[in-house]
Design a protein around this ligand. Structure first.
Ligand code: IPM
Ligand code: MG
Length: 371
């Protein structure tokens, strides 16, 4: 299979983790006989530095011509504490979501038993946790009308949703529930917000078309608590943009590291794959970031290409590294491996280049030295 992949490495740890995902995709291409071509483009702070724009036109063109997009992260501390900045790195990400109509953001959460001790949640509550968040990505308060009054004493963000916007993501979420545990939870604030009442109405109607799926409705404040006290009750979570942002980050803490969680953003044109972590500037350039979120995002891309066996192999490789304690610093601050080493190991496993002798002793040299 031949595929063109646009790569937007972005800022901070983005380039380091994305490089590991590319190593893994190359191992897939070599082993299974595919041809993946990469076009590298700019977005975020690096794009602002180079072109003055967070999302240059050239990047949009390349993405539109590609079969999929592999994205790292955007963000730079020099913009974070300055509310007066006009062009921000994050605008690039918001703009690409809008331009490509990437309306459905899918964030799956799996628990790795070997990492259960790192979770802030007790181990018995974690057993059997397997959920996926369907977050609406191109509407709501993120994209509604925004305004700051002339005197600077008043600011407004508007939350807006249309039936069509709710409808298209709801069908994707219901279809996924049908091939999972057949449960869907709509998270909203329907006792307070008009938009949430519209979500409930539309989802209630759509639910009649999926009689095999059990539907639950939950207010977002309760959901925030339920994810901690009883996370295994969730299968597919469906929610609007802002609630989805917050809930998916909360859920990602359950497995012990934000660095492990991948995501896919799909629309009608092409799809974008990115780890859910941010640009983590403190770790940039140190070869210590966890590349697994990016590598698992590449696995989601393979599934999107209908290369399911290849995707399964990548996930197996990730589990193999975690089970054998080949982990980055976020997982084990003392005995950790570098980002690049982990990428090579996972790529080698995918390409069947790992022999039985590979263990902690004989790759000790590629391991970190703690000072
Ligand atoms: C995410 C991020 C983005 C969002 C930011 C960087 C704009 O937090 O993808 O979760 O809020 O959607
Ligand atoms: Mg977020």
């Amino acid at each position: 299979m031949k595929k063109n992949i646009a790569v937007i490495a972005g800022d901070g740890i983005g380039p380091e983790v994305t490089n590991q995902a590319i190593k893994v995709l190359n191992a897939v291409a070599e082993h299974y006989g595919h041809d993946f071509n990469y076009s590298f483009c700019l977005m975020g702070a690096v794009a602002i530095d180079a072109t003055g724009k967070a999302l240059p036109d050239e990047t949009i063109t390349t993405c539109l011509e590609s079969d999929a997009i592999l994205f790292g992260a955007v963000g730079h501390p020099k913009y974070d504490n300055d509310p007066n900045v006009k062009v921000r790195p994050e605008q690039g990400l918001l703009a690409i979501r809008k331009v490509l109509q990437l309306y459905c953001n899918i964030r799956p959460l799996s628990i790795y038993p070997s990492l259960a001790h790192l979770s802030p949640i007790k181990e018995d509550l974690l057993q059997g946790v397997d959920m996926v968040v369907y977050r609406e990505l191109t509407g709501g308060i993120y994209f509604g009308e925004k305004h700051t009054s002339g005197d600077g004493f008043n600011a407004t963000d508007t939350c807006n949703y249309s039936v069509a916007e709710i409808d298209r993501i709801a069908h994707l979420a219901f279809k996924n529930a049908q091939i999972r545990r057949k449960k869907l939870t709509l998270i909203d604030k329907a006792h307070v917000m008009e938009t949430s009442r519209l979500w409930r109405k539309v989802v209630q109607e759509i639910a009649t078309q999926y009689p095999d799926v059990t539907v639950d409705y939950m207010f977002v404040d309760n959901a925030a608590m339920q994810i901690i006290v009883n996370p295994k009750q969730f299968d597919v979570i469906l929610t609007e943009n802002m609630f989805g942002d917050i809930i998916s980050h909360e859920a990602s803490a359950l497995n012990g590291s934000l660095g492990l969680v991948p995501s896919a953003s799909v629309g009608n044109i092409t799809a974008l794959f990115e780890p859910i972590h941010g640009s983590y500037p403190q770790a940039a350039g140190k070869d210590i970031a966890n590349p697994i979120g990016s590598i698992l995002s590449a696995a989601m891309m393979l599934d999107y290409f209908q290369l399911h066996e290849e995707a399964r192999r990548v996930r197996e490789a990730v589990s193999w590294t975690l089970n054998n304690k080949f982990v980055t610093k976020d997982i084990d601050p003392i005995n950790f491996y570098f980002t690049s080493t982990l990428g090579e190991l996972i790529a080698d496993y995918v390409g069947h280049r790992i022999t039985d002798e590979v263990n902690h002793e004989n790759i000790e040299l590629r391991k970190s030295t703690v000072i």
